[in-house]
Design a binder for this molecule. Structure first.
Ligand code: NAD
Ligand code: TYD
Length: 334
């Protein structure tokens, strides 16, 4: 297929682009604004591939979108482009509204005009928190942060384009991802790099919040299944095989890095912090997908990747991220 992958310079989008070029023989054009989280380094190994192109531009810029689609001669749009960090959405929601609402609208209009297939990449966070049981595609949307609320808004807009205009669109909602190339503002890479550097390990509140972990290669494959086999107008949840409390994730990372339990510091809880996420994946499993990576193995491999790829994270840890860290955690990185 010929694909326009929006937000493909980020963590999961770059994983998806790599998979589609290498394993499916697709022609992939990435359109990405290169925010603080978007990095061409994430696509370094694809840069010289004839099946791959990179275009810098924002999804809310209709001219940039039109140009990228023409250059790609695209048959489908897969939209990963987003602001993705809950804590940043609490501190400054502005870009979340612009990218998720306006950006998604511009892409939907472009897809409608050209009769393209459309995949919206979304999150389990649109369902809110669940103390017991698991969310299905039928669960009501009850987002609680500016991040998840604007993602839910984008999902509703996508569904309206199917109902109103017959746009062949699907939505794929993932649970918490982990793996190589994840920006170290998120729990797992933050804890790995802090553990390796002897920094504090800042656990929000009691650390008993539970997340449902999926390896980024598994989520990327689920999105590929939704793209190839999903029915227009449908939502597909892709949850990982394992759930774990944050404090236990941190303890695993301590064991894998030979860090010390004394580095753990319980810090002020996140406002409106969702207690637990859990996602059933029966519908996407019926399309032939299943997760391949269990958390124990995937986490060990991820720690190994961060150990071996300092070229990737050193520029981050010495740049803007330091100022962000100080604002968020009230102390400097060591
Ligand atoms: P990320 O923050 O690593 O990457 C986001 C990418 O989008 C970056 O390359 C950034 O430059 C780009 N971008 C942001 N705004 C843009 C704009 N206006 N125009 C063009 N490009 C823009 O995020 P990620 O973790 O790879 O997440 C990708 C998608 O998957 C998001 O839609 C997110 O909501 C969803 N998702 C993420 C997770 C997770 O755990 N990370 C879980 C489920 C769903
Ligand atoms: P995060 O990676 O931000 O993903 P999300 O909020 O989208 O689930 O956080 C995962 C969990 O880890 C969440 O419960 C918040 C918690 N957390 C900490 O305890 N400390 C931290 O420094 C961070 C970034 C997250």
């Amino acid at each position: 297929m010929r694909l326009l992958v929006c937000g493909g310079a980020g963590f999961i989008g770059s994983t998806f682009a790599r998979q589609r070029v290498r394993e499916h023989g697709d022609e992939v054009t990435v359109l990405d604004k290169l925010t603080y989280a978007g990095r061409e380094e994430n696509l370094r190994d694809l840069a010289d591939d004839r099946s791959f192109r990179f275009v810098r531009g924002a999804i809310e810029d209709s001219d940039a979108v039109a140009g990228a689609l023409a250059g790609a001669d695209a048959e489908a749009i897969v939209n990963f482009a987003a602001e993705t960090h809950v804590d940043r959405s609490i501190a400054d929601p502005d870009a979340f509204v612009a990218t998720h609402a306006l950006g998604t609208y511009v892409l939907l209009e472009a897809a409608r005009e050209r009769e393209l297939r459309y995949v919206q990449v979304s999150t389990d966070e649109v369902y809110g928190s669940i103390e017991q049981g698991t969310f299905t595609e039928e669960s009501p949307l009850a987002p609680s942060s500016p991040y998840s609320a604007t993602k839910a808004g984008a999902d509703l807009l996508v569904q309206s384009y199917f109902h109103t205009y017959g746009l062949p669109a699907v939505i794929c909602r993932g649970s918490n991802n982990y793996g190589p190339y994840q920006y170290p503002e998120k729990l797992i890479p933050l804890m790995i790099l802090n553990a390796l550097h002897g920094d504090q390990l800042p656990v929000y509140g009691d650390g008993m919040q539970v997340r449902n972990w999926i390896h980024s290669t598994d989520f990327a494959r689920a999105i590929g299944h939704a793209l190839e086999h999903g029915h227009a107008g449908e939502v597909y949840n892709a949850g990982g095989p394992d759930e774990e409390a944050n404090i236990d994730v941190v303890r695993r990372i301590i064991a894998l890095t030979d860090a010390s339990e004394s580095q753990i510091e319980h810090v002020k809880d996140r406002p409106g912090h969702d207690r637990r996420y859990s996602l059933s994946s029966q519908k996407v499993r019926a399309l032939g997908w299943q997760p391949r990576m269990r958390f124990e193995q995937g986490l060990a491999e991820t720690v190994g990747w961060y150990r071996e790829n300092s070229w990737w994270w050193e520029p981050i840890r010495s740049g803007e991220y330091r100022a962000y860290y100080e604002r968020q955690y009230g102390r400097a990185l060591g």
